[in-house]
Design a protein around this ligand. Structure first.
Ligand SMILES: [Fe+2]
Length: 271
């Protein structure tokens, strides 16, 4: 697997605290069959962000330490850039990094909101030659309420990355259900770990990849776990299958049925 969303860089954001932790995370990645990782430190407007130079220095140090420890994990640089219309300026000023200096940029949506300028931002980025990738859309409240919001953004030209812990239920059943819906409707083009640590938010993907295998077909599985990510690293064009519109009413009964089954299963486990 190739991870396009990770906070493995030491001491630059709320991810890995120090080199020791980054090395432990690297060991977990390798144990889980992940050999390439794009480090994506947060960049949040108005917050105290690490600079591109600081990130590059941290990356060099990490690469050196990995090599000294005989750990063959390839790490590349990017950012997870919080939604703002200022992104175009940040890119022009060289304040934020696209994914391995490619045309692809990872964007973080607010958790509970879908900004009114979202379509404008995507349009602006595309106009300037960038391809926006929406990070963990399944965790956004508005997309949970209406997955077709993401459908429209993909039709517009955006791509989307699912957090693997979402389909394990790590963020709750609603996020899990939304993740499955997005996967089943061709609305996910990459998976990532969004790993922040060696403990609670570690890059353990074995179980979630197993779950993923049961949701999508083999071709899609290969594309979203590896091949599309490789195209990012090589700055190549990614051809994707068109998304399918989510037909809420048609699926709501199945959705409800799944919920009832889950509640009954929990009840049975408790008795
Ligand atoms: Fe993240």
């Amino acid at each position: 697997m190739l991870d396009i969303h990770s906070h493995i860089l030491p001491n630059v954001d709320d991810g890995s605290r120090d080199m020791e932790e980054s090395i432990e995370m690297a060991r977990i990645y390798l144990d889980n069959g992940v050999d390439k990782v794009i480090a994506t430190p947060h960049y949040i407007e108005g917050a105290e962000n690490s600079t591109k130079d600081e990130n590059l220095r941290a990356l060099e140090k990490l690469r050196e330490t990995l090599s000294n420890n005989g750990l063959d994990l390839k790490v590349y640089l990017g950012n997870e850039v919080y939604f703002t219309m200022e992104i175009i300026n940040y890119l022009k000023e060289g304040k934020v990094s696209t994914l391995n200096d490619s045309r692809y940029i990872l964007l973080e949506l607010p958790m509970y909101d879908m900004p009114l300028y979202t379509e404008d931002l995507i349009y602006e980025l595309l106009l300037n030659g960038y391809i926006p990738i929406i990070a963990h859309p399944e965790r956004n409240l508005k997309i949970m309420e209406n997955p077709n919001i993401l459908y429209e953004l993909i039709i517009q030209g955006a791509l989307a990355q699912l957090n693997l812990p979402s389909i394990e239920g790590s963020y709750g059943s609603r996020v899990k259900d939304t993740g499955e819906i997005l996967l089943k409707h061709n609305m996910i083009h990459f998976v990532g770990t969004d790993a922040h640590s060696q403990n609670k938010r570690a890059p353990n993907v074995e179980k979630s990849l197993d779950i993923l295998n049961g949701i999508v077909d083999q071709k899609t599985y290969k594309n979203i776990t590896y091949l599309n990510g490789l195209k990012i690293i090589n700055n190549e064009e990614i051809m994707v299958e068109g998304p399918k519109k989510y037909e809420g009413e048609k699926n709501s009964f199945a959705f409800l049925k799944e919920k009832v089954v889950r509640i009954m299963r929990n009840f049975r486990d408790q008795v």
